[in-house]
Design a protein around this ligand. Sequence first.
Ligand code: AMP
Length: 308
Amino acid sequence: MSLLVVGSVAFDAIETPFGKTDKIVGGAASYISLAASYFTKSTNLVAVVGEDFPQAFIDHLNQHGVDTTGLQVKKGEKSFFWSGKYHTDMNSRDTLVTELNVLADFDPIVPEAYQNCEFLMLGNLTPKVQQTVIERLQKRPKLVVMDTMNFWMEVALDDLKETLKKVDVLTINDEEARQLSGEYSLVKAAAKIQEMGPKYLIIKKGENGALLFHGKEVFFAPALPLEDVFDPTGAGDTFAGGFIGYLAKTGDISFENMKNAIIFGSAMASFCVEKFGTERIINLSQAELDARIQAFRNLVRFDIPATL
Ligand code: AMP
């Protein structure tokens, strides 16, 4: 089933305890579409870049089967640039620079061929732009998933709340869930956020896994313990891409299938962090994917009697 991805396609400069990069390709939608492409060959991208953006990366996306007709290239303008520095534990980071450039007045034009998409993934962007995309779709997709970040809670809370009313699944990290809800307990936070609109909530906890909430139900997926975590940038987006890519592949949006989707998302994210930027997820083999899924199965599978 077809998937529409909207989000930033950008340049990032990243510093972790293990090294530093100059400008490399990043952006939420880059990670999301690459990750989703391992599950569905019907991924369409709406985003904007400047003239400085490398054609080679767009070619990579196309080789992955990602349709980039909806990627606007603005002549004479610069791409979005973000720079961040991770703390020693790598679960937290500081944003050093955010240069909106082409994102400042991004008008998300949805090509005619992208209408009727069944799945919509709204990557991290201004909530107003995310809402505009929903409004521009003539038919509401079967499932709308949205990611956001603390920045929008600080500068555009009202717009964010309006957009939340229109989505089915929200993915945020634990700190953001607490900020948005005003609750410390993640169970209470999840209940409050579901009242704001999204009936499914995924709370990402970095190396501590992810929680899926729906009504009174909750499911937990661990993150794979890895020998080397090099750069967590884009892990959340890669997770989201694997999650929605798997749902688009299967067409099944039940809570039970979302549990599987969360495991596939976590598996994709586990690759992402092993190298800087998109390097690790740009060329994964089927054998690598299968082995990672098997590692997850081994990690969480146990068989104990329900009572002693
Ligand atoms: P994550 O590590 O999953 O939070 O995502 C990191 C990606 O988000 C980077 O590649 C950035 O380019 C992108 N990003 C950071 N801030 C913003 C923002 N304000 N709007 C859109 N994308 C952003």
